[in-house]
Design a protein around this ligand. Structure first.
Ligand SMILES: C[C@H](OP(=O)(O)OC[C@@H](O)[C@@H](O)[C@@H](O)Cn1c2nc(=O)[nH]c(=O)c-2cc2ccc(O)cc21)C(=O)N[C@@H](CCC(=O)N[C@@H](CCC(=O)O)C(=O)O)C(=O)O
Length: 144
């Protein structure tokens, strides 16, 4: 069941614009970052209950996806990570496909597997992890 509620766009202009282009084109435009594929994650705000949308790099394997709370290697987690922990029922748009998914954070060998897939998809993740003491969380999304 798609998340219902009032959508509040990101305060970051380029992020807001990418979501707008992605959605208004039915997932045919705004679907890359520097030529690498991007998905749009929809979460429910942990405090506001509002609908939030975050473009993320596309990391997919056999129908499941990983989302990486990298925030460019910043010292703090992105806010959307807290939203997902508070309510793991999310929506993911991958090009024209939208799906209800459930998220779970992964650790250990499972995280290592998905981290390799993530770095394969977007090598900058390795640089982000190298530049921060924060352990960058990885969450796996599986279809409901
Ligand atoms: C700026 C902040 O954004 P954020 O949730 O921290 O997410 C920061 C970024 O991760 C986010 O902009 C990503 O889309 C950036 N980003 C990637 N970010 C990543 O972390 N990983 C990626 O792979 C990634 C890829 C990517 C590709 C394209 C692109 O355009 C952006 C990309 C934000 O939206 N803040 C809002 C609040 C958002 C929110 O969810 N509030 C919660 C409160 C949550 C709480 O405080 O606990 C609520 O509504 O209740 C605000 O300040 O008003």
């Amino acid at each position: 069941m798609p998340l219902q509620g009032e959508y509040v766009p990101s305060p970051t202009q380029w992020v807001r614009d990418q979501v707008e282009l992605y959605e208004s084109s039915g997932g045919t435009k705004g679907t890359t970052l520097r030529g690498m594929p991007v998905v749009v994650l929809t979460t429910r705000g942990a405090k506001s209950g509002k609908i939030r949308k975050s473009p993320l790099m596309r990391v997919e394997h056999e129908g499941s996806y990983a989302i990486v709370a990298s925030l460019g290697g910043a010292p703090e987690h992105p806010v959307w990570y807290h939203n997902v922990l508070a309510d793991p029922h999310v929506e993911l748009q991958d090009g024209p496909q939208k799906a209800d998914m459930v998220a779970r954070e992964v650790t250990g060998e499972e995280k290592a597997f998905w981290w390799d897939k993530a770095v394969e998809a977007f090598p900058d993740y390795a640089d982000y992890q190298a530049k921060t003491d924060r352990v960058i969380p990885v969450l796996v999304l599986e279809k409901v």
